[in-house]
Design a protein around this ligand. Structure first.
Ligand code: SF4
Length: 424
């Protein structure tokens, strides 16, 4: 296998740093995919009716007999400091846990309102953990929209779990990031076929399967937005395996290759295990790439998946990136993807939405990847858009999803072509 990097990648190019108004969802959004993944966890948002409304509308398409998230509403008297929010929180948690003995992990999730009134959810989690241990572990993280973007909710949640993981001296591989079960199973099957193991996952599907961590743990990230979790694991002595992210055939192969190298897997074994799924991925991408080839791409900063996706769309689908925006640029994490992204697009970090809209309007890209709030107005102006949030709600990692990933970007272009044709 030979992968040709570009003559000059984007790792060291100057970055346009912007600090202005931003158009993104808040970190509470992550609860929508985290609660599906962690089957005995409950996410209790301590927030306002706005927070409850966001969660309900984001999760509105799903119907559960017993949902695994809820909102403890802070009323005006709480916000005015007229009631003891801690007493009420303790009462609500006791009520919830007595009604739901299936809950093994409870996350108290902070919000803008709980931060404004400086409700100390860390202390609340410690207090409630002591009350409800050992059956339930109570942890806290924040999903507040102040200065955050929506994928940071998952990062904050996983980072909060790391200090509570048991210590170990075992040499183990840890996969970090909440993947849909079917995708996680595919990754585990490929690693197992190469003889790599034991492999643990963070988050685990159930509290009893939580991984341990220590100086002989090596970890591979499956999502590029896990900067705080990366830091927390490193503090526990674990070592990161840097690699491009497993999007597309090339990204998946390089990600697997980095892990295989760490575990001394031979080239022959690696090729034998990956040859068939690689061929399937190449074929599936090719069936979408005709639509994408030569089309220009402008990415607003939203999901933090932008740099690896730009690498995939330019190198495997033939797109031409004009601007690749990302809310945060963690070079330790994104360096291998930036190495492969050919120099040329503006790399921007952070957002000043009006200035960025001006650049997008001037560039008139064939495809704009952005948040929901920007997509409709840009569509009305004749630009073709893709909602960034779909990238975290849809299975897109590893070989078997590579064709679907390309299709997510090809579909809006096909739709626009049909609309234009119908106007003729
Ligand atoms: Fe809105 Fe903040 Fe609640 Fe998110 S956490 S829904 S930004 S109030």
């Amino acid at each position: 296998m030979t992968i040709q990097p570009p003559a000059t990648g984007c790792r060291d190019v100057p970055v346009l740093k912007e600090r202005g108004q931003r158009e993104v969802f808040c970190g509470l959004t992550g609860i929508i995919w985290l609660h599906r993944k962690m089957q005995d966890a409950f996410f209790l948002v301590v927030g306002s009716r706005t927070c409850a409304h966001l969660l309900q509308s984001a999760a509105g398409v799903m119907i559960f007999a017993e949902p695994r998230f809820g909102t403890a509403i802070l009323e005006e008297k709480d916000l005015a400091g007229l009631a003891d929010a801690n007493t009420e929180l303790d009462r609500e948690v006791a009520r919830l846990l007595s009604r739901r003995p299936d809950i093994r992990q409870l996350f108290l999730v902070g919000s803008c309102p709980s931060e404004v009134i400086k409700l100390d959810l860390h202390r609340a989690a410690e207090r409630l953990s002591a009350l409800h241990a050992p059956h339930v572990r109570v942890l806290n993280f924040t999903g507040s929209g102040i200065e955050t973007t929506f994928t940071q909710g998952e990062d904050a949640c996983l980072a909060a779990m790391v200090p509570a993981l048991a210590p170990t001296q075992a040499r183990e591989l840890l996969l970090v990031g909440a993947l849909p079960d079917v995708v996680e199973d595919q990754a585990l099957a490929l690693l197992s076929a190469m003889g790599i193991g034991p492999v643990r996952c963070l988050p685990s599907r159930r509290a009893d399967d939580a991984p341990a961590v220590g100086p002989n743990t090596v970890f591979a990230l499956t999502q590029p937005f896990l900067g705080s979790t990366h830091e927390a694991l490193t503090r526990r002595g674990a070592r990161h395996i840097p690699a491009p992210f497993p999007f597309g055939e090339e990204g998946t192969t390089l990600w697997l290759r980095a892990v295989a190298k760490e575990f001394g897997v031979s080239d022959a074994t690696f090729d034998a295990v990956t040859a068939a799924p690689r061929a399937r991925a190449i074929k599936a991408i090719a069936s979408q790439a005709d639509t994408l080839n030569g089309k220009t791409l402008f990415m607003f900063p939203d999901s933090q998946l932008e740099p690896p996706l730009a690498r995939f769309l330019t190198r495997e689908c033939g797109m031409v990136a004009l601007e690749v925006g990302t809310p945060y640029l963690h070079r330790d994490i994104l360096g291998p993807d930036l190495d492969l992204l050919a120099k040329g697009p503006v790399i921007s970090e952070g957002q000043d939405v009006d200035r960025q809209l001006d650049r997008a309007r001037a560039a008139r890209p064939d495809l704009t990847v952005c948040g929901l709030g920007l997509a409709n107005p840009l569509e009305a102006e004749g630009l073709t858009t893709k909602w960034a949030i779909e990238l975290v709600f849809t299975p897109v990692h590893f070989y078997e999803q590579a064709g679907d990933l390309a299709a997510l970007f090809a579909r809006p272009l096909r739709r626009r072509a049909l609309l234009n044709a119908s106007k003729l």
